[in-house]
Design a protein. Structure first.
Length: 328
């Protein structure tokens, strides 16, 4: 296996099939969403009533700091300076039909954090053909708030996706169960501790998606992994990097996540001020490896707490899978 920065290649033109979700699958998802809803009221109350958050609000502290230093306008401009991060992951085990398979990875949109953000992202992706789009959570700016506005903006973003295999999504720690229902109405295949098989001809790979492992802790990777064959090539979608050890132990080849915003504010020579993740620092930004599994923690699209970034540009992930010839 190896990972490199990519050069543009032509996307596939052969038929791609996503496994249909039967009644059993819909029933599992309904039960999983019901379980999440039982946690939502508790999580929302804890978030609003937290003494730490009310006294030491990072967004408020950052707002004051940027205002005092006169950097607020510059930091807000940085938050709209998105770039396409192009990555190639090479595997000897990749099925031949998926050589050159292209994935658009969008995470941490926090899409109602800025009125013009949806238009901007739509324009950034509308001319980028891919084989599959993966959305790894946090569609809302504030925890559990602004749902109607966020749905309107997400519809505009999804309309700009040029993916022949459509979109697959999961929920993040800012989201509600109802966000999953809305995204499914747009044609997004939502995975709530589930997996889906993607087939090209006789070859296939599997995508598993878990619920938020950071705040909600409703993730159930064994359940998502249950139907995947032992010899399958499999990719995990999780909102945060915190279950990397479990995923590697289950034989995942690629782990895609976000949540950390790569700190959102970085100091040159020092790095992020905050990681927002219960993992070693190396898992909180960019590409990484754990045992035989590669991972990519995106810096994300939107912003949390305050619409500002410093030395940490927002990114749109463009991932290409390539088959590596065996050295043996």
């Amino acid at each position: 296996m190896s990972v490199t920065e990519s050069k543009d290649r032509t996307s596939h033109h052969v038929p791609l099939v996503l496994e249909e979700c039967g009644q059993n699958g819909k029933g599992r998802r309904s039960r999983a969403l019901a379980e999440r809803q039982r946690h939502e009221a508790r999580m929302y109350k804890a978030h609003k009533m937290s003494l730490l958050r009310s006294c030491v609000d990072p967004g408020m502290i950052l707002r004051v700091g940027l205002a005092v230093t006169g950097l607020r306008g510059w930091a807000a401009k940085n938050a709209m300076s998105h770039w396409h991060r192009k990555l190639v992951f090479e595997y000897e085990s990749l099925p031949a039909a998926f050589d050159g398979f292209r994935i658009l990875h969008l995470t941490d949109l926090h899409i109602n954090c800025r009125p013009e953000l949806a238009d901007h992202i739509h324009d950034q992706i509308k001319d980028v053909p891919v084989d599959l789009c993966l959305l790894t959570g946090d569609y809302l700016f504030r925890v559990g708030e602004g749902e109607h506005e966020a749905h309107e903006y997400m519809e505009h973003v999804i309309s700009g996706v040029k993916s022949r295999g459509g979109c697959i999504g999961i929920l993040g720690n800012h989201d509600l169960a109802s966000n999953a229902t809305f995204l499914e109405s747009l044609g997004v295949r939502m995975l709530i501790n589930e997996s889906v098989e993607i087939r090209i001809g006789e070859d296939s790979l599997w995508i598993a998606g878990v619920d938020d492992p950071h705040d909600y802790k409703c993730d159930d990777l064994p359940a998502a992994d249950h139907e995947i064959p032992d010899d399958a090539f499999k990719i995990l979608m999780a909102h945060s990097p915190e279950i990397y050890e479990e995923a590697a132990d289950l034989g995942y080849q690629l782990y895609l996540c976000g949540h950390t915003h790569a700190g959102q504010i970085q100091i040159p020579g020092i790095g992020p001020l905050m990681s927002k993740s219960r993992t070693p620092r190396r898992f909180t930004h960019g590409t990484w490896r754990h045992n035989d599994m590669y991972g990519y923690t995106s810096s994300g699209i939107g912003a949390s707490g305050l619409f500002a970034r410093m030395f940490c540009p927002p990114e749109i992930g463009l991932i290409e899978l390539r088959r590596k010839e065996s050295d043996r």
